[in-house]
Design a binder for this molecule. Structure first.
Ligand SMILES: [Fe+2]
Length: 504
Protein backbone atom coordinates (compact mmCIF):
# COMPACT_ATOMS: atom_id res chain seq x y z
CA UNK A 1 0.00 0.00 0.00
CA UNK A 2 2.95 2.33 -0.06
CA UNK A 3 1.77 5.13 -2.29
CA UNK A 4 2.61 6.44 -5.63
CA UNK A 5 5.89 6.73 -7.28
CA UNK A 6 7.80 9.46 -9.01
CA UNK A 7 8.24 10.52 -12.62
CA UNK A 8 11.05 10.47 -15.14
CA UNK A 9 13.48 13.23 -15.44
CA UNK A 10 11.10 15.09 -17.69
CA UNK A 11 13.55 16.04 -20.35
CA UNK A 12 11.83 16.20 -23.74
CA UNK A 13 14.30 13.64 -24.97
CA UNK A 14 13.93 11.31 -21.99
CA UNK A 15 15.62 8.08 -23.01
CA UNK A 16 13.58 4.90 -23.16
CA UNK A 17 13.45 3.03 -19.89
CA UNK A 18 16.53 0.95 -19.35
CA UNK A 19 15.75 -2.72 -19.30
CA UNK A 20 14.85 -3.59 -15.74
CA UNK A 21 17.01 -6.01 -13.88
CA UNK A 22 17.45 -7.51 -10.48
CA UNK A 23 20.45 -5.26 -9.93
CA UNK A 24 20.67 -2.52 -7.33
CA UNK A 25 17.92 0.07 -6.99
CA UNK A 26 18.59 3.16 -9.07
CA UNK A 27 16.31 5.68 -7.42
CA UNK A 28 17.50 8.35 -5.02
CA UNK A 29 15.83 8.08 -1.62
CA UNK A 30 15.84 11.87 -1.31
CA UNK A 31 13.76 12.11 -4.49
CA UNK A 32 11.28 9.55 -3.14
CA UNK A 33 11.04 11.19 0.29
CA UNK A 34 10.68 14.69 -1.14
CA UNK A 35 6.99 13.95 -1.78
CA UNK A 36 6.20 13.90 1.95
CA UNK A 37 5.14 17.53 2.20
CA UNK A 38 1.99 19.46 3.06
CA UNK A 39 -0.21 20.61 0.20
CA UNK A 40 0.07 24.37 0.53
CA UNK A 41 -2.50 25.71 -1.93
CA UNK A 42 -6.05 25.16 -3.07
CA UNK A 43 -7.02 25.97 -6.67
CA UNK A 44 -10.37 26.36 -8.41
CA UNK A 45 -10.65 25.55 -12.10
CA UNK A 46 -7.08 26.57 -12.85
CA UNK A 47 -6.36 26.15 -16.59
CA UNK A 48 -3.44 23.85 -17.35
CA UNK A 49 -1.33 23.37 -20.45
CA UNK A 50 0.61 20.35 -21.58
CA UNK A 51 4.35 20.61 -21.03
CA UNK A 52 4.83 17.83 -23.54
CA UNK A 53 2.51 16.33 -26.13
CA UNK A 54 -1.16 17.13 -26.67
CA UNK A 55 -4.18 16.51 -24.46
CA UNK A 56 -6.52 14.22 -26.46
CA UNK A 57 -9.60 16.11 -27.68
CA UNK A 58 -11.79 13.05 -27.02
CA UNK A 59 -10.78 12.86 -23.36
CA UNK A 60 -13.85 14.32 -21.66
CA UNK A 61 -14.54 13.98 -17.97
CA UNK A 62 -13.00 14.48 -14.55
CA UNK A 63 -10.18 12.56 -12.91
CA UNK A 64 -10.72 12.71 -9.15
CA UNK A 65 -8.06 11.62 -6.70
CA UNK A 66 -7.86 11.48 -2.94
CA UNK A 67 -4.93 11.07 -0.58
CA UNK A 68 -3.19 12.48 2.45
CA UNK A 69 -2.48 16.18 1.91
CA UNK A 70 -1.43 17.29 5.38
CA UNK A 71 1.51 15.40 6.84
CA UNK A 72 2.96 17.87 9.34
CA UNK A 73 1.49 20.05 12.07
CA UNK A 74 3.26 22.19 14.64
CA UNK A 75 6.63 20.82 13.55
CA UNK A 76 5.62 17.16 13.95
CA UNK A 77 5.21 14.67 11.12
CA UNK A 78 2.46 12.09 11.04
CA UNK A 79 3.74 8.67 12.07
CA UNK A 80 2.56 7.28 8.75
CA UNK A 81 1.27 9.10 5.64
CA UNK A 82 -2.02 7.19 5.85
CA UNK A 83 -2.82 9.39 8.87
CA UNK A 84 -2.74 12.54 6.69
CA UNK A 85 -5.95 14.50 6.13
CA UNK A 86 -7.78 13.86 2.87
CA UNK A 87 -7.12 16.30 0.04
CA UNK A 88 -9.18 15.79 -3.11
CA UNK A 89 -8.02 16.92 -6.53
CA UNK A 90 -10.10 17.12 -9.69
CA UNK A 91 -8.61 17.38 -13.17
CA UNK A 92 -11.29 18.17 -15.70
CA UNK A 93 -10.71 17.50 -19.41
CA UNK A 94 -12.71 18.82 -22.33
CA UNK A 95 -11.88 19.64 -25.95
CA UNK A 96 -8.15 19.14 -25.50
CA UNK A 97 -7.99 21.43 -22.48
CA UNK A 98 -7.61 20.75 -18.77
CA UNK A 99 -8.44 22.48 -15.49
CA UNK A 100 -7.29 21.72 -11.95
CA UNK A 101 -9.19 22.07 -8.68
CA UNK A 102 -8.08 20.81 -5.30
CA UNK A 103 -9.44 21.16 -1.80
CA UNK A 104 -8.99 19.61 1.62
CA UNK A 105 -11.99 17.76 2.96
CA UNK A 106 -13.25 19.94 5.81
CA UNK A 107 -13.64 17.12 8.31
CA UNK A 108 -14.27 17.91 11.95
CA UNK A 109 -10.74 16.76 12.76
CA UNK A 110 -9.12 18.83 10.02
CA UNK A 111 -10.92 21.95 11.23
CA UNK A 112 -10.01 21.37 14.87
CA UNK A 113 -6.35 20.79 14.03
CA UNK A 114 -6.17 23.77 11.67
CA UNK A 115 -7.38 25.96 14.53
CA UNK A 116 -5.11 24.39 17.12
CA UNK A 117 -2.02 24.25 14.89
CA UNK A 118 -1.17 20.80 16.24
CA UNK A 119 -2.43 17.22 16.23
CA UNK A 120 -5.58 17.04 18.36
CA UNK A 121 -6.48 13.46 17.45
CA UNK A 122 -4.59 10.19 17.43
CA UNK A 123 -4.17 8.54 14.05
CA UNK A 124 -5.03 4.94 13.26
CA UNK A 125 -1.53 4.42 11.82
CA UNK A 126 0.31 5.61 14.91
CA UNK A 127 0.28 9.39 14.89
CA UNK A 128 0.02 10.47 18.52
CA UNK A 129 -1.04 13.68 20.17
CA UNK A 130 1.86 15.54 21.79
CA UNK A 131 2.60 14.44 25.37
CA UNK A 132 3.47 10.76 25.08
CA UNK A 133 1.40 7.69 26.03
CA UNK A 134 -0.15 9.36 29.07
CA UNK A 135 -1.67 12.04 26.87
CA UNK A 136 -2.96 9.41 24.42
CA UNK A 137 -4.16 6.59 26.68
CA UNK A 138 -7.90 5.94 26.64
CA UNK A 139 -8.52 8.51 23.89
CA UNK A 140 -10.33 6.13 21.55
CA UNK A 141 -11.96 8.77 19.33
CA UNK A 142 -11.59 8.01 15.64
CA UNK A 143 -10.56 10.87 13.42
CA UNK A 144 -12.47 10.38 10.17
CA UNK A 145 -9.83 11.74 7.81
CA UNK A 146 -11.68 11.04 4.53
CA UNK A 147 -8.40 10.38 2.71
CA UNK A 148 -8.66 7.03 0.91
CA UNK A 149 -10.88 7.24 -2.15
CA UNK A 150 -13.25 9.59 -3.93
CA UNK A 151 -16.22 8.44 -6.02
CA UNK A 152 -19.36 9.97 -7.47
CA UNK A 153 -22.69 8.62 -6.22
CA UNK A 154 -25.87 10.33 -7.39
CA UNK A 155 -25.28 14.08 -7.35
CA UNK A 156 -22.48 14.07 -4.85
CA UNK A 157 -18.88 13.21 -4.56
CA UNK A 158 -17.99 10.95 -1.62
CA UNK A 159 -14.63 11.18 0.14
CA UNK A 160 -14.19 7.75 1.70
CA UNK A 161 -12.39 6.38 4.76
CA UNK A 162 -13.25 2.80 5.54
CA UNK A 163 -13.77 2.99 9.31
CA UNK A 164 -16.54 5.61 9.26
CA UNK A 165 -19.13 7.42 7.18
CA UNK A 166 -18.39 9.17 3.88
CA UNK A 167 -18.04 12.93 3.56
CA UNK A 168 -20.12 14.46 0.76
CA UNK A 169 -18.49 17.04 -1.50
CA UNK A 170 -19.76 19.23 -4.32
CA UNK A 171 -18.52 17.51 -7.52
CA UNK A 172 -17.72 20.86 -9.19
CA UNK A 173 -16.34 23.05 -6.41
CA UNK A 174 -15.11 20.24 -4.11
CA UNK A 175 -16.67 22.13 -1.20
CA UNK A 176 -17.39 19.86 1.75
CA UNK A 177 -21.09 19.41 2.41
CA UNK A 178 -20.37 17.31 5.49
CA UNK A 179 -20.73 13.76 6.69
CA UNK A 180 -23.52 11.96 4.83
CA UNK A 181 -25.58 8.99 5.98
CA UNK A 182 -26.78 8.50 2.38
CA UNK A 183 -30.42 9.32 2.99
CA UNK A 184 -30.63 7.19 6.11
CA UNK A 185 -28.85 4.13 4.73
CA UNK A 186 -26.08 4.44 7.32
CA UNK A 187 -26.23 4.84 11.06
CA UNK A 188 -24.02 7.57 12.58
CA UNK A 189 -20.45 6.31 12.73
CA UNK A 190 -21.13 3.25 10.59
CA UNK A 191 -18.18 1.85 8.64
CA UNK A 192 -18.41 2.32 4.87
CA UNK A 193 -15.65 0.81 2.77
CA UNK A 194 -13.25 2.96 0.77
CA UNK A 195 -13.32 0.37 -2.04
CA UNK A 196 -16.62 0.42 -3.88
CA UNK A 197 -16.78 -1.48 -7.17
CA UNK A 198 -18.62 -0.16 -10.20
CA UNK A 199 -20.84 -2.79 -11.79
CA UNK A 200 -21.13 -1.63 -15.42
CA UNK A 201 -24.63 -3.11 -15.81
CA UNK A 202 -24.75 -6.83 -15.00
CA UNK A 203 -28.24 -6.35 -13.51
CA UNK A 204 -29.74 -3.55 -15.57
CA UNK A 205 -28.16 -0.14 -15.12
CA UNK A 206 -24.81 0.65 -13.57
CA UNK A 207 -24.43 0.13 -9.85
CA UNK A 208 -22.04 1.06 -7.11
CA UNK A 209 -21.48 -2.06 -5.02
CA UNK A 210 -19.80 -1.64 -1.67
CA UNK A 211 -19.67 -2.89 1.90
CA UNK A 212 -19.11 -1.99 5.52
CA UNK A 213 -17.49 -4.19 8.16
CA UNK A 214 -18.30 -4.36 11.84
CA UNK A 215 -15.36 -6.15 13.43
CA UNK A 216 -15.02 -8.13 16.62
CA UNK A 217 -14.51 -11.76 17.63
CA UNK A 218 -17.23 -12.21 15.01
CA UNK A 219 -17.40 -9.79 12.09
CA UNK A 220 -20.39 -8.67 10.06
CA UNK A 221 -20.22 -7.64 6.42
CA UNK A 222 -23.00 -5.40 5.14
CA UNK A 223 -23.13 -5.61 1.35
CA UNK A 224 -24.85 -2.63 -0.32
CA UNK A 225 -25.77 -1.96 -3.96
CA UNK A 226 -26.67 1.56 -5.09
CA UNK A 227 -28.17 2.73 -8.38
CA UNK A 228 -26.80 5.59 -10.46
CA UNK A 229 -29.23 7.95 -8.73
CA UNK A 230 -27.58 7.19 -5.39
CA UNK A 231 -30.49 5.18 -3.98
CA UNK A 232 -29.88 1.89 -2.17
CA UNK A 233 -31.29 -0.92 -4.32
CA UNK A 234 -30.37 -4.01 -2.33
CA UNK A 235 -28.38 -5.13 0.67
CA UNK A 236 -27.62 -8.14 2.85
CA UNK A 237 -25.73 -8.81 6.07
CA UNK A 238 -23.59 -11.84 6.88
CA UNK A 239 -21.70 -12.65 10.05
CA UNK A 240 -18.49 -14.69 10.14
CA UNK A 241 -16.26 -15.94 12.93
CA UNK A 242 -13.00 -14.08 13.44
CA UNK A 243 -11.63 -10.57 13.23
CA UNK A 244 -12.08 -9.40 9.64
CA UNK A 245 -9.56 -7.01 8.14
CA UNK A 246 -11.23 -6.34 4.79
CA UNK A 247 -9.94 -3.39 2.79
CA UNK A 248 -11.08 -4.25 -0.73
CA UNK A 249 -13.25 -6.82 -2.49
CA UNK A 250 -14.16 -7.88 -6.02
CA UNK A 251 -17.42 -8.63 -7.80
CA UNK A 252 -18.82 -10.88 -10.47
CA UNK A 253 -22.46 -10.69 -11.59
CA UNK A 254 -23.28 -13.34 -8.96
CA UNK A 255 -20.73 -12.90 -6.18
CA UNK A 256 -19.08 -10.42 -3.87
CA UNK A 257 -15.62 -11.87 -3.27
CA UNK A 258 -13.65 -11.12 -0.10
CA UNK A 259 -10.33 -12.37 1.16
CA UNK A 260 -10.26 -12.50 4.94
CA UNK A 261 -6.63 -12.26 5.91
CA UNK A 262 -5.32 -14.28 8.85
CA UNK A 263 -4.86 -11.27 11.09
CA UNK A 264 -5.07 -10.88 14.83
CA UNK A 265 -5.95 -7.65 16.60
CA UNK A 266 -4.66 -6.94 20.10
CA UNK A 267 -6.08 -3.55 21.05
CA UNK A 268 -4.34 -3.17 24.44
CA UNK A 269 -1.38 -1.03 23.24
CA UNK A 270 -3.89 1.18 21.44
CA UNK A 271 -6.02 1.63 24.53
CA UNK A 272 -2.93 2.35 26.62
CA UNK A 273 -1.75 5.06 24.25
CA UNK A 274 1.31 3.19 23.00
CA UNK A 275 0.26 2.38 19.44
CA UNK A 276 -2.25 3.37 16.79
CA UNK A 277 -5.10 0.93 16.21
CA UNK A 278 -3.71 -0.33 12.89
CA UNK A 279 -0.34 -0.95 14.56
CA UNK A 280 -2.10 -3.54 16.75
CA UNK A 281 -2.77 -5.76 13.74
CA UNK A 282 -0.41 -8.68 13.23
CA UNK A 283 -0.30 -11.90 11.29
CA UNK A 284 -1.97 -14.76 13.10
CA UNK A 285 0.42 -17.66 12.46
CA UNK A 286 -2.02 -20.20 13.86
CA UNK A 287 -4.80 -19.37 11.42
CA UNK A 288 -5.37 -19.58 7.68
CA UNK A 289 -7.07 -16.87 5.68
CA UNK A 290 -10.36 -17.44 3.91
CA UNK A 291 -12.13 -16.46 0.76
CA UNK A 292 -15.66 -15.37 1.51
CA UNK A 293 -18.07 -15.44 -1.39
CA UNK A 294 -21.33 -13.67 -0.67
CA UNK A 295 -24.15 -14.16 -3.19
CA UNK A 296 -25.21 -10.83 -4.67
CA UNK A 297 -28.91 -10.13 -4.12
CA UNK A 298 -29.60 -9.91 -7.88
CA UNK A 299 -27.42 -12.87 -8.87
CA UNK A 300 -28.20 -16.50 -9.50
CA UNK A 301 -27.41 -17.52 -5.93
CA UNK A 302 -29.42 -14.78 -4.25
CA UNK A 303 -30.55 -15.68 -0.76
CA UNK A 304 -28.13 -18.57 -0.40
CA UNK A 305 -25.54 -18.83 2.35
CA UNK A 306 -22.05 -17.45 1.70
CA UNK A 307 -19.30 -19.88 0.70
CA UNK A 308 -16.14 -19.92 2.79
CA UNK A 309 -12.97 -21.44 1.28
CA UNK A 310 -9.56 -21.82 2.92
CA UNK A 311 -7.04 -19.47 1.31
CA UNK A 312 -3.35 -20.19 0.68
CA UNK A 313 -0.89 -18.16 2.80
CA UNK A 314 -0.54 -14.52 1.83
CA UNK A 315 -1.90 -11.11 2.69
CA UNK A 316 -4.12 -9.07 0.36
CA UNK A 317 -5.08 -5.40 0.43
CA UNK A 318 -6.27 -5.01 -3.16
CA UNK A 319 -7.82 -7.07 -5.91
CA UNK A 320 -7.56 -6.50 -9.65
CA UNK A 321 -10.84 -8.10 -10.74
CA UNK A 322 -12.90 -11.28 -10.54
CA UNK A 323 -14.92 -13.33 -13.01
CA UNK A 324 -16.74 -16.63 -13.10
CA UNK A 325 -17.28 -19.48 -15.54
CA UNK A 326 -20.57 -19.79 -17.40
CA UNK A 327 -22.21 -21.73 -14.57
CA UNK A 328 -21.08 -19.21 -11.99
CA UNK A 329 -19.60 -21.94 -9.79
CA UNK A 330 -15.90 -21.49 -10.59
CA UNK A 331 -14.76 -18.04 -9.57
CA UNK A 332 -11.43 -16.51 -10.56
CA UNK A 333 -10.04 -13.61 -8.55
CA UNK A 334 -6.80 -11.76 -9.30
CA UNK A 335 -5.20 -10.15 -6.27
CA UNK A 336 -2.05 -8.29 -5.21
CA UNK A 337 -0.52 -10.62 -2.63
CA UNK A 338 2.13 -10.04 0.03
CA UNK A 339 3.95 -12.77 1.94
CA UNK A 340 3.01 -11.09 5.19
CA UNK A 341 1.19 -8.13 6.65
CA UNK A 342 3.53 -5.15 6.35
CA UNK A 343 3.28 -3.95 9.94
CA UNK A 344 4.40 -0.49 10.98
CA UNK A 345 6.02 -0.38 14.37
CA UNK A 346 5.79 2.57 16.75
CA UNK A 347 9.55 3.21 16.56
CA UNK A 348 9.98 3.16 12.81
CA UNK A 349 10.26 6.33 10.72
CA UNK A 350 8.35 5.78 7.50
CA UNK A 351 10.78 7.94 5.55
CA UNK A 352 13.60 5.57 6.48
CA UNK A 353 11.77 2.41 5.41
CA UNK A 354 14.02 -0.26 3.92
CA UNK A 355 12.02 -1.44 0.94
CA UNK A 356 14.07 -4.62 0.65
CA UNK A 357 13.09 -5.53 4.22
CA UNK A 358 9.34 -5.28 3.76
CA UNK A 359 7.07 -7.60 1.79
CA UNK A 360 6.60 -6.88 -1.93
CA UNK A 361 3.31 -7.25 -3.81
CA UNK A 362 2.83 -9.64 -6.73
CA UNK A 363 -0.24 -10.36 -8.83
CA UNK A 364 -1.75 -13.80 -8.30
CA UNK A 365 -4.71 -15.53 -9.91
CA UNK A 366 -6.82 -17.67 -7.58
CA UNK A 367 -9.33 -20.14 -8.97
CA UNK A 368 -12.05 -20.99 -6.47
CA UNK A 369 -14.35 -23.97 -6.86
CA UNK A 370 -17.43 -22.90 -4.95
CA UNK A 371 -18.80 -26.45 -4.91
CA UNK A 372 -15.77 -28.51 -3.80
CA UNK A 373 -14.05 -25.67 -1.94
CA UNK A 374 -10.79 -26.29 -3.81
CA UNK A 375 -8.49 -23.29 -4.35
CA UNK A 376 -5.62 -23.20 -6.83
CA UNK A 377 -3.39 -20.28 -7.72
CA UNK A 378 -0.63 -19.07 -9.98
CA UNK A 379 1.51 -15.94 -10.26
CA UNK A 380 0.53 -13.58 -13.09
CA UNK A 381 3.08 -10.85 -12.35
CA UNK A 382 6.09 -11.46 -10.13
CA UNK A 383 7.49 -7.95 -10.45
CA UNK A 384 6.61 -5.71 -7.49
CA UNK A 385 3.21 -4.21 -8.25
CA UNK A 386 0.20 -2.48 -6.71
CA UNK A 387 -2.89 -0.46 -7.70
CA UNK A 388 -4.13 -2.61 -10.57
CA UNK A 389 -7.28 -2.17 -12.66
CA UNK A 390 -9.02 -3.53 -15.74
CA UNK A 391 -11.08 -1.67 -18.32
CA UNK A 392 -14.09 -0.54 -16.24
CA UNK A 393 -16.45 -2.18 -18.75
CA UNK A 394 -14.84 -5.54 -17.82
CA UNK A 395 -15.44 -5.14 -14.08
CA UNK A 396 -16.71 -8.54 -12.92
CA UNK A 397 -16.08 -10.17 -16.30
CA UNK A 398 -13.06 -11.93 -17.75
CA UNK A 399 -10.62 -9.23 -18.82
CA UNK A 400 -7.76 -9.54 -21.25
CA UNK A 401 -5.65 -6.70 -19.83
CA UNK A 402 -4.69 -5.23 -16.49
CA UNK A 403 -2.94 -1.91 -15.89
CA UNK A 404 -0.89 -1.48 -12.72
CA UNK A 405 1.88 0.38 -10.96
CA UNK A 406 5.22 -1.45 -11.03
CA UNK A 407 8.64 -1.18 -9.48
CA UNK A 408 11.41 -0.30 -11.90
CA UNK A 409 13.43 -3.44 -11.24
CA UNK A 410 12.32 -6.84 -12.42
CA UNK A 411 12.92 -8.29 -8.95
CA UNK A 412 13.23 -6.79 -5.50
CA UNK A 413 11.04 -4.38 -3.58
CA UNK A 414 11.29 -0.69 -4.45
CA UNK A 415 8.97 2.29 -4.71
CA UNK A 416 6.59 2.15 -7.66
CA UNK A 417 8.15 3.97 -10.62
CA UNK A 418 6.53 2.47 -13.69
CA UNK A 419 3.17 1.67 -15.24
CA UNK A 420 2.59 -1.77 -16.71
CA UNK A 421 0.00 -3.15 -19.08
CA UNK A 422 -0.23 -6.89 -18.62
CA UNK A 423 -1.88 -9.28 -21.06
CA UNK A 424 -3.53 -11.61 -18.54
CA UNK A 425 -3.71 -14.40 -21.13
CA UNK A 426 -0.32 -14.35 -22.85
CA UNK A 427 1.68 -12.73 -20.06
CA UNK A 428 3.04 -10.12 -22.46
CA UNK A 429 3.83 -6.90 -20.68
CA UNK A 430 4.38 -3.30 -21.80
CA UNK A 431 5.98 -0.76 -19.49
CA UNK A 432 6.19 3.01 -19.27
CA UNK A 433 8.71 4.17 -16.73
CA UNK A 434 9.17 7.34 -14.71
CA UNK A 435 12.52 6.20 -13.32
CA UNK A 436 14.97 7.22 -12.14
CA UNK A 437 13.49 10.42 -10.65
CA UNK A 438 9.75 9.87 -11.05
CA UNK A 439 7.42 7.86 -8.78
CA UNK A 440 3.98 6.80 -9.95
CA UNK A 441 0.60 6.46 -8.28
CA UNK A 442 -2.51 4.41 -9.05
CA UNK A 443 -3.01 4.35 -12.85
CA UNK A 444 -6.50 5.08 -14.16
CA UNK A 445 -7.58 3.37 -17.39
CA UNK A 446 -10.09 5.53 -19.27
CA UNK A 447 -11.79 3.93 -22.29
CA UNK A 448 -12.06 6.03 -25.45
CA UNK A 449 -15.72 6.99 -26.02
CA UNK A 450 -17.27 4.43 -28.36
CA UNK A 451 -14.24 2.14 -28.22
CA UNK A 452 -14.68 -1.52 -29.09
CA UNK A 453 -11.18 -2.77 -28.28
CA UNK A 454 -10.60 -3.43 -24.59
CA UNK A 455 -7.33 -1.50 -24.55
CA UNK A 456 -8.50 1.47 -26.62
CA UNK A 457 -8.22 4.56 -24.46
CA UNK A 458 -5.77 6.24 -22.14
CA UNK A 459 -4.06 5.70 -18.83
CA UNK A 460 -3.94 8.72 -16.55
CA UNK A 461 -1.45 8.76 -13.72
CA UNK A 462 -0.19 11.35 -11.29
CA UNK A 463 3.53 11.20 -10.88
CA UNK A 464 5.82 12.68 -8.25
CA UNK A 465 8.60 14.40 -10.16
CA UNK A 466 11.62 14.17 -7.89
CA UNK A 467 13.64 16.43 -10.19
CA UNK A 468 11.40 19.45 -9.79
CA UNK A 469 9.83 18.41 -6.48
CA UNK A 470 6.31 18.70 -7.86
CA UNK A 471 3.41 16.64 -9.18
CA UNK A 472 2.85 15.83 -12.84
CA UNK A 473 -0.04 14.23 -14.65
CA UNK A 474 0.91 11.87 -17.44
CA UNK A 475 -1.48 10.63 -20.13
CA UNK A 476 -0.48 7.40 -21.87
CA UNK A 477 -1.97 5.50 -24.77
CA UNK A 478 -3.63 2.54 -23.00
CA UNK A 479 -2.77 0.10 -25.77
CA UNK A 480 0.89 0.95 -26.34
CA UNK A 481 1.73 2.81 -23.10
CA UNK A 482 3.37 5.49 -25.21
CA UNK A 483 3.27 8.93 -23.67
CA UNK A 484 0.54 11.17 -25.13
CA UNK A 485 0.90 14.22 -22.90
CA UNK A 486 2.50 15.42 -19.71
CA UNK A 487 1.15 18.24 -17.56
CA UNK A 488 3.25 19.81 -14.83
CA UNK A 489 0.87 20.68 -12.00
CA UNK A 490 1.44 23.84 -9.93
CA UNK A 491 1.22 21.70 -6.79
CA UNK A 492 3.29 19.32 -4.74
CA UNK A 493 0.94 16.52 -3.70
CA UNK A 494 2.17 13.65 -1.52
CA UNK A 495 1.77 10.09 -2.74
CA UNK A 496 -1.97 9.53 -2.90
CA UNK A 497 -4.27 6.58 -2.55
CA UNK A 498 -7.25 6.03 -4.85
CA UNK A 499 -9.23 7.90 -7.42
CA UNK A 500 -11.90 7.57 -10.08
CA UNK A 501 -12.85 8.79 -13.53
CA UNK A 502 -16.23 10.38 -14.11
CA UNK A 503 -17.05 10.76 -17.84
CA UNK A 504 -18.51 14.08 -18.95
FE1 LIG B 1 -6.93 0.69 -1.02
Amino acid sequence: MMGELPLPAMAPSAPPAASPSAGPSRYDRADWASAFVNVEEEHSNLPLTASRGTIPAELAGTFYRNGPGRLERGGRMVHHPFDGDGMVSAMRFEGGQAWLSNRFVRTEGWQAEEEAGRFVYRGVFGTQKPGGPLANAFDLRLKNIANTHVVKLGDQLLALWEAAEPHALDPDTLETRGITLLDGVLRPGEAFSAHPRFDPGHHGGPRLVTFGVKTGPRSTIRLMEFGADGRLIEERRDTFPGFAFLHDFAITPDWAVFMQNAIAFNPLPYVLGQKGAAQCLASNPTAAGSFLLIPRPSGRFAGEEPRRLTAPPGFVFHHLNAHADASGTEVVVDSIVYDDFPSIGPESDFQQVEFEAIPAGRLQRYTLDTVSGAVSWKVLEARTCEFAMVNPQRQGLEARYGWMALAERERGNDPLQAIGKLDLVSGERRVWSAAPRGFVSEPMMVPRPGASAEDDGWVLCRVWNGARRGSDLVILDAATLEEVALLELPLAIPYGLHGSWVPA
